[in-house]
Design a protein around this ligand. Structure first.
Ligand code: FAD
Length: 605
């Protein structure tokens, strides 16, 4: 045992995005000895890529805005499948969390009166996103990181957690006692002993071929939670962002922020038609403009006009784009046009959307102040995640918490733009405080099961000692998985394809058993991918299984064979747990928590 590097903490946080950093600050402030472990460099988490802003009903642009309106927008955007309590806490606490960022040094764009500026986004009734140009995530990470480091919180970077450790002498239901991982550079193993672990690992996007997500998003937290005995919910709901780059191929999927539409950009097909007016669903008719004239007037006079249909929630816009492309009205590179050039002057575009301007100029040689962009849907966000208690973010496993994109419930079947960054802050803060409180109440600290440590070591090196000759390269398996998920579990789903996806995943799991990695443990990306693949395969199975089970269309889940929403399905969550053999997942149904009557009244017309 002494040969292993070991550390002892009260609270260990896996992930250094907004959720992990905010949780760490809260745990530290509550007196817990806290560490952050992250698999890339500090500051390189996904949160840094967030462009548009943080949703919070601060009322700086619209005094009429308040938490009740934000709550209603969030629930309607999620097609009422959200955990109502999470949506309520989120709407109530987001303004305070944003204000606090400013107190910690974040510099937001301002209104004319010197307040934090708020911009329009899809599905939000009022301009609500606090922002810094189109680089909000960068400012948020910078602020949180500086605070975390200033407080003296320990950070272990380029260190990947591969297993959670349970307490010695307990069964699958037993409490958490730490985490096991390896240093990416040296390949050496490391054990973190801690009675509390907070998962803040982000999403699953790398399971898909076309995605706005980076290499880190392999569903690690989702898979770690499952293996530790916790459950996942809502995994069928994957958000395809309507606007990703489609050209050149090397950047296919890269995000084009929704702010382009919030600031006046419109969608056109190859015939030059502004087609979104043909796709306004009944559910949003009352609040959406039905003519170009009204839609255009809205930008200057929001009181007397309804919103343009380009700003419907993401699931609606992504489906509409998909239909136009399928109908043969796409662009030369298989996308749709997003046009802000003909609608706003060049100075405005460069000032409001500096990153987008450079992104297109440098990567596609397109000047967005002069010509339209070509865009198409891209896998962006997973609504599904670890099932948690809404107030504390505790999972069903004692000592284990989950927060941020890897947790589930908050966004229901579809997340509104801007609601992730606020989610990270609100629930990060709550999780950190709850984990610290749990640890301070313990008389005896759980001791990590040494057999589990050894099993973690064996599993981690299996790909080296595996079948050797003839064993498959992890990159080929990842490629085939991404293709299968894209083709068979994408925006529009159907039973036969979902069944096919499940057999593909089973076959890939078999192939992965015989995976072989060459070289040694010192910085070896092939080996790292082999370890990540275990998680990607498990999480993909969860998505496909839940997508096949849910026989309705709702939010981020669209079934060709069940095109409408169904109230019966709308009243339940699908829950996934690791099966008894540990080889896959079992699925069960669970009724949604019932919303209290006073909140229900917000949805009566
Ligand atoms: P992340 O910020 O991704 O952090 C995950 C952390 O976990 C990383 O530090 C990673 O290294 C670490 N990690 C993962 N696995 C392991 C492991 N096994 N061991 C150790 N560490 C691990 N949302 C908004 O609200 N507004 C926006 O404007 C917006 N714009 C976006 C733009 C883009 C391009 C993208 C991709 C997303 C955008 N989102 C936006 C969504 C939002 O950015 C993410 O949902 C959010 O940042 C997720 O934060 P997180 O803290 O949960 O995870």
């Amino acid at each position: 045992e002494s040969r292993l590097e070991r550390h002892h903490y009260d609270v260990v946080i896996v992930g250094a995005g907004g959720a992990g950093l905010r949780a760490a600050i809260a745990a530290h402030e509550a007196g817990a000895h806290t560490a952050i472990v992250c698999k890339s460099l500090l500051g390189k988490a996904h949160t840094v890529m967030a462009e548009g802003g943080i949703a919070a009903a601060m009322g700086n642009r619209w005094p009429e805005d308040n938490w009740e309106v934000h709550f209603r927008d969030t629930m309607r955007g999620g097609k009422m499948l959200n955990n109502w309590r999470m949506a309520q806490l989120h709407a109530q606490e987001a303004p305070e969390r944003v204000q606090e960022l400013e107190d910690w040094g974040a510099l937001f764009d301002r209104t004319e009166d010197g307040l934090i500026s708020q911009r329009d986004f899809g599905g939000h009734k009022y301009a609500r996103l606090a922002h810094v140009g189109d680089r909000t995530g960068l400012e948020m990470i910078r602020t949180l990181q500086q605070r975390a480091v200033a407080l003296g919180i320990d950070v272990f970077m380029e260190c990947t957690i591969t297993d959670l450790l349970k307490a010695a002498g307990t069964d699958e239901e037993g409490p958490i006692a730490g985490a096991f991982g390896y240093w990416r550079e040296t390949g050496r193993f490391v054990v973190f002993e801690a009675p509390s672990v907070i998962l803040a690992t982000g999403g699953i996007g790398k399971a898909y071929k076309v995605t706005s997500n980076s290499w880190e998003y392999t569903g690690d937290g989702h898979a770690l939670a499952l293996r530790a005995g916790a459950s996942l919910i809502n995994m069928e709901f994957v958000q395809f962002h309507p606007t990703g780059m489609v050209w050149p191929p090397s950047v296919k999927g890269l995000l084009v922020t929704e702010s382009v539409r919030g600031d006046g950009g419109i969608l056109k097909n190859s015939e030059g038609k502004r087609f979104m007016f043909d796709y306004i669903p009944e559910f949003f008719k009352a609040e959406t403009a039905d003519s170009e004239e009204e839609a255009d007037r809205w930008y200057d006079d929001k009181k007397n006009n309804r919103r343009p249909p380009e700003l419907l929630p993401r699931d609606e816009v992504a489906r509409a784009i998909n239909s136009e492309i399928k109908a043969g009205r796409g662009t030369p590179h298989g996308g749709i046009y997003l046009d802000i050039a003909s609608r706003r002057d060049a100075d405005f575009i460069r000032k409001r959307l500096p990153s987008m301007y450079h992104q297109f100029k440098e990567l596609a040689d397109v000047d967005i102040t002069a010509e339209p962009m070509e865009i198409g849907p891209t896998c962006h966000y997973v609504m599904g995640g670890v099932e948690v208690d809404p107030d504390t973010e505790a999972t069903s496993i004692t000592g284990l918490y989950a927060v941020g994109e890897c947790s589930g419930g908050m966004h229901g079947s579809n997340r509104l733009g801007g609601n992730s960054l606020s989610d990270l802050l609100v629930f990060g803060s709550r999780a950190g405080a709850a984990a610290a409180a749990y640890v301070s109440g313990l008389d005896v600290l759980p001791k990590a099961d040494e057999h589990a440590v050894q099993a973690g070591e064996r599993r981690a090196v299996a790909a080296f000692t595996g079948s050797g000759e003839g064993g498959e390269n992890p990159y080929t398996i990842q490629h085939d998985l991404q293709q299968a998920m894209n083709d068979l579990v994408g925006i529009i789903r159907t039973s036969s394809e979902l069944e096919e996806s499940l057999s593909s995943i089973e076959a890939l799991k078999e192939r992965a058993k015989a995976m072989a990695v060459e070289g040694h443990r010192q910085y070896n990306p092939g080996w790292h991918l082999a370890l990540d693949l275990r998680n990607m395969l498990l999480v993909s199975e969860c998505i496909a299984k839940a997508a096949l089970e849910r026989q309705e269309s709702r939010g981020g889940h669209t079934r060709d064979d069940f095109p409408g929403p169904d109230p019966e399905w709308g009243a339940k969550n699908l829950v996934l747990r690791l099966n008894a053999a540990g080889t896959g997942v079992d699925l069960t149904h669970q009724p949604l928590p019932v919303m209290p009557d006073d909140l229900k009244s917000y949805f009566e017309e």
